[in-house]
Design a protein around this ligand. Sequence first.
Ligand SMILES: [Zn+2]
Ligand SMILES: [Zn+2]
Length: 111
Amino acid sequence: MSSPVPYSAVNKSPAEASTRFLWELRRQGDWSYEVTGECPGCRCPMTKSWPYGQPVTTKGPFRRRERPDDDDGPWFTKCTCSTWHVNRPDGVEEGCGVGFYIAFPPQGLPR
Ligand SMILES: [Zn+2]
Ligand SMILES: [Zn+2]
């Protein structure tokens, strides 16, 4: 697959956090939060997962989360779509370069 949207390494602000992702708590060996939705940069479908109960790097330096609800989001991700975007630098294997925040679901994280 390819897209006419060129690669662009830009980050969106937390105020623009996407609320259009589906959150699931999955177990494939270890538990993880998996979000699926449409990248706000390139509109491609993408999936991102975060290990359950692990440190996340959303707000500056590493922050350890002791409980899954120890944070109220949003969490930051880079686009992970599998589409080819022109101008993508060597060594970058996925995405359109856009970084953005994903808001937690209104009812809280799945558990
Ligand atoms: Zn994208
Ligand atoms: Zn894309």
